[in-house]
Each structure stands twice: as structure tokens, then as C-alpha cells.
Design a protein around this ligand. Structure first.
Ligand code: ASP
Length: 423
């Protein structure tokens, strides 16, 4: 059975087992002894430990993989890689997709009115954490210490360092050639490591999802059904319709191979709720399944995992309208424009880790004068939505890498169309 299928089965079984555990733990029919056994040894024991080890094993790949594949990419083709246009196009497309995401989120939320029948003042409390100023992101792009950047996993700084280093290698004659060979060998070894850890993924994904679903309270979904399904609907629309149309219109490519080949990346994004932890899989998918050359994928995908969060922007758009409706605040046209700008910035500033989008939402709410405590209303269903929006986030990264690759002549169409091109 292919790895993708095993991962998808692990995902389904994990969700089922977790839901079952949730029902058992919540029922009154079981003895205290069994309940605490399941809690301590199964949910908080085996499942939690395996799940957390799995996420760490994914994260451990991120820095070496991005660094080495970008150095290889930018050094091997030297002058034939047009870094400027690649960077310009990816930034432009990332902004465009985010603007479309937030635009559709606002439109649908206003039409559906998810917060109209809910009364605010329901004794909520939510303490805010200060959001990082946006300008810092720009200033901090250039690393003053590349080792510190790697130790902290600062993706933008690592990207800048790797590009500079790769450029220097390609212009350093024979010495550069020797170093380039070393990095090419290193890349092979790291790829092998990715394969080894990927083979263990079904167990990790099962454990993560079983432990998560055993703790999720599904009743809150019913209370917040209008909000939950509005966000979910826009997320699915964006991933399936908007991305497909963009791909078709801008590159002429059929979107089906992209959507089909993203399945295993979705399983990772869904179970970890982290674009950062999913990065090795998104990168693998872009290079080996979608046929984007590594000098393009190695740049566009890590950049996207850091700044492109369409799913997050969608949640922030719907949440803003929802909170305004719950508190009975009428939003003006200027407010909507402000939301479009700040949610775009907030999603750029959101780190690819679980739940960060919700923290950044406070920045959007503050800008339009809405009560930040409103976040407490939606926190109960956020983890589930986070899993779905992270899947949308990583799909956007892969889709943009295909578009940029195609327009730069760096897309292997044979691989893109080949249904068997697999990891
Ligand atoms: N979990 C999301 C991601 O990693 C970010 C967020 O919206 O919270 O892409």
C-alpha cells in the first residue's frame, strides 16, 4: 500500500479512535478506575508522547532541509536562476491569494451573519498577548548571526542566508565547486532522512489525531455552528475553487493533479496544525510530485510557510464580522478596508504554528475598535478550524510554487501530470 494511503487511513482511524475515547471518557457509565486509566496511560500517556515525538521529528528536518535545498538550488544554477523575478512573483501571488481569501471571507460572513442571533456580554474573558510589530518582520529579514537564525528556526533569515551563500558558491570558482558538491551530497542524505521519518508518519498521525479528538468537545461546535460552518465553507471554497481558477487562468494547468497530490500534505497539516512542521512534506510534494524545480520550490515554499496564510486570513475575516455582530457593532466601509489590510498583515506575521492566527486576530480587532475579549467566544472551536486552515495555508504555498515554476520555465509538466509521481 502506498505511503499516502497508509497516512490517510491512519488519519481516519485516529479521528475515529479519538472520537470514541471522547465519548467513553464523557459517559457516566464507566468506572472511575477505567476513566483515569484511559486518561493517564492512553490519552496523556502513549498517544500524547508518540504525537509530540512525531511533531518534533518533523520540526527537526525543517532547518537543515530548507538551508541545504536552497543552497543547492541557488548555487547549482548560478546565473540561470532569476532570483529577483522569482521573489517578486511569489510575493505578488501570495498577497493576491491572501487578499482574495479575506475578501471572500468578509463577503460570505456579511451575507450569512453568523453572529446575528448571539448575544455578546456572555461573561467572556480573554487576555491578550502583545502582537509583534509588523515592521520588525522587515528589519529582521537580514540575519546578523546565521547560526542564531538556525538555532531559533527563523525561516526568513535562513532563506536570506542560504541565498547569499549559494550565490557566493556559484561565483567562487573551484573552491565553490567543491563546497557545492559537499552540499549536494548533504542534500541526498537529508532527503533520505525525510524518507525514513515519513515512513513512521502513519503512527505519528494516528497518535496525534486520536489524542486531539479525545479531548475536543464537539458540543461547542453546535453552539457556534453558524461561525464554524461559515469559516469551514469559505476555507473549502478557497482551496478548491479559488486556487483551481487561479491555476487554470494564470498557467493553463489543470488543478486536479495539484489537489490530488496534496492529500498527504493535508494529512500532516491537519494533524499538526502547523505549516512550519508540515514544511518538509510541502517541499517534497512541490518538488517530487508536482515537478517544481528545487531552486524555485526551495525558495517559494519556505517563504510561503512563513508569510502566506490564506486560511488564517479567512478565519480572521469571518471572526471579525462575527464578533462585530455579536457585540452589535455596525461596521463601516472603512472598517472593512481596514480589516482587509490588517488581516493581510496579521496573516503575514502569523507564525506557522498551532493557534497563532487567533492571537494575531487581536491586532485586527484592535484596529477596528472591536473588543478583543470577543476572541474568547470562538476559542472553543479554534483548534478544529486551525487544522483545516493550516491545510489551506500549505495548499496555497504549493499552488504558488507551481505558478511561479511554470512562469519561469522551471516546472516539469510530465511530473505534474503523472499520477504516479510519488514521494
Ligand atoms: N496554524 C496555522 C499554521 O501553522 C497558523 C494559524 O492560523 O494559527 O499555518
Amino acid at each position: 500500500m502506498s505511503l499516502t494511503n497508509r497516512i490517510l487511513i491512519a488519519m481516519l482511524v485516529g479521528i475515529l479512535v479519538g472520537t470514541l475515547l471522547n465519548l467513553i471518557l464523557g459517559s457516566t457509565g464507566i468506572s472511575e478506575g477505567i476513566r483515569s486509566f484511559l486518561h493517564v496511560y492512553i490519552v496523556d500517556g502513549v498517544l500524547d508522547v508518540i504525537g509530540r515525538m512525531f511533531v518534533s521529528s518533523l520540526k527537526l528536518l525543517v532547518v537543515p532541509l530548507v538551508l541545504v535545498s536552497l543552497i543547492c538550488g541557488s548555487s547549482s544554477l548560478g546565473d540561470s536562476v532569476r532570483m529577483g523575478p522569482i521573489a517578486g512573483k511569489s510575493m505578488g501571488l501570495y498577497l493576491l491569494t491572501t487578499a482574495l481569501a479575506i475578501g471572500s471571507a468578509l463577503l460570505v460572513a456579511v451575507l450569512v451573519g453568523p453572529g446575528e442571533n448571539i448575544n455578546g456580554a456572555s461573561g467572556t474573558n480573554f487576555t491578550t498577548t502583545p502582537t509583534p510589530p509588523f515592521m520588525n518582520i522587515l528589519v529582521n529579514i537580514v540575519p546578523s548571526n546565521p547560526i542564531a537564525a538556525m538555532a531559533e528556526g527563523n525561516m526568513l533569515q535562513i532563506i536570506v542566508f542560504a541565498l547569499l551563500f549559494g550565490y557566493a558558491i556559484s561565483h567562487a570558482g573551484e573552491s565553490g565547486q567543491r563546497i557545492a558538491n559537499f552540499f549536494r551530497d548533504l542534500e541526498q542524505v537529508i532527503m533520505r532522512l525525510v524518507m525514513v521519518l515519513m515512513a513512521l508518519a502513519p503512527y505519528g498521525i494516528f497518535a496525534l489525531l486520536a489524542s486531539l479528538f479525545s479531548k475536543l468537545g464537539f458540543a461547542v461546535i453546535l453552539d457556534l455552528a453558524a461561525y464554524f460552518f461559515t469559516v469551514l465553507g469559505v476555507l473549502i471554497f478557497h482551496a478548491v475553487v479559488t486556487y483551481s481558477l487561479l491555476l487554470k487562468v494564470l498557467s493553463g494547468l489543470s488543478p486536479w493533479p495539484l489537489l490530488k497530490k496534496m492529500r498527504s500534505a493535508w494529512a500532516f497539516a491537519f494533524s499538526t496544525a502547523s505549516s512550519g512542521a508540515t514544511l518538509p512534506i510541502t517541499l517534497e510534494t512541490a518538488e517530487h510530485r508536482l515537478g517544481v524545480h528545487k531552486e524555485v520550490a526551495g525558495f517559494v515554499v519556505p517563504l510561503g510557510a512563513t508569510i502566506n496564510m490564506d486560511g488564517t486570513a479567512i478565519m480572521q475575516g469571518v471572526a471579525t464580522v462575527f464578533i462585530a455582530q455579536v457585540y452589535g457593532v455596525d461596521m463601516t466601509m472603512t472598517d472593512y478596508v481596514t480589516v482587509i489590510f490588517t488581516a493581510t498583515l496579521a496573516s503575514i506575521g502569523t507564525a506557522g504554528a498551532p493557534g497563532v492566527g487567533l492571537i494575531m486576530l487581536s491586532m485586527v480587532l484592535t484596529q477596528v475598535g472591536l473588543p478583543v475579549e470577543g476572541i474568547a467566544l470562538i476559542i472553543g472551536v479554534d483548534r478544529l478550524l486551525d487544522m483545516v486552515r493550516t491545510s489551506v495555508n500549505v495548499t496555497g504555498d504549493a499552488m504558488v510554487s507551481v505558478l511561479v515554476g511554470k512562469s519561469e520555465g522551471k516546472l516539469d509538466k510530465g511530473v505534474y501530470l503523472d499520477p504516479h509521481a510519488d514521494i
